[in-house]
Design a protein. Sequence first.
Length: 369
Amino acid sequence: MKNKKWYLLLLLIAVALILGACGGSGGGGDDTEGTNEGAEEDNFSVAMVTDVGGVDDKSFNQSAWEGIQAFGKDYNLEQGDNGYDYLQSQSDADYIPNLNQMVRRDFDLIFGIGYLFIEAINEVAQQNPDVYFGIVDAEVDQPNVVSIMFKEQEASFLAGVAAALTTKTGKVGFVGGMELDVIKRFESGFRAGVAAVDPNIEVIVNYVGAFDDVAGGQQAASAIYNQGADVIFHASGDTGNGVFAEAKELVQQNPDNRVWVIGVDRDQYEQGEVEELGINVTLTSVLKHVGNAVYEVSERAMNDDFPGGETLWFGLADEGVGLATTGDHIPQEHWDVINEWKEKIVNGEITAPSTDEELDAYLAELGAE
């Protein structure tokens, strides 16, 4: 009898332990649910690493950053981890460390802004196949990299038309940062547009050799203006701020000596302000909608439609490039001519040259070699 009581007692204890374990499991589930509710939401996060011009270069990098900021705002993200952010590069030696830092911070999509990122993106993307990468102005053949390219030559052709219609001296200029394929697209398109209006107009070309040399940009512009040019188109990133500085100095010295600058990448009308004289030296700007492209790719990646391994081209037809209309320095009759050439490019009647070889062939057809 005593053994039977002990057996019943042990049985009751066992049942109690089993019920307790079940209760503990349920409590653990409640605790886990509470932890999830209190955890930070796992957002789709986007980051970028700048080229040497910096995020406030009033040009290429800034346009990309504005696109990422717009994406963050539209999808209620905050700047920082699990949202959106950027790192600035002081030199090309910073590219790989900055990209790797963004990988360690667990960003879902990381952009390298500029042609010079080719080797860095290629290396870091191979090492991190589960991370999405984007590169602007260059092509990297990796399944987790999208390459964003622009038909700069198309908008630059229109800038050349505008310059040719504006010049009073029969001379215009081009200031480039470095002699890269992307800058050659700007130069080739511009020179072709000038020649399309008047093959006899001289185009003076000056490359600085850097995208972050403001003093060099001013010296290059000074040399061109001193040769008689009165319009300069720059495609040189932060270096172009020196071009604007030279033009403004010349106007300040002699307000009747009107010289012009055509900006690049974003609307650079503000850079041309000479406030004390109420004058602006920005004729127009070649718009390269980097921000729009970065936004589009970010949105696609967030929606599980990342175009990895693809090259996306943006031109006049899809409003990836264009000319700024801020200010009233280009009269309507000139805009009419510019828009006629735009339609010819969009409709495929003409192809704006993008290389020296294509430019030579185009000029040969015009008899303007």
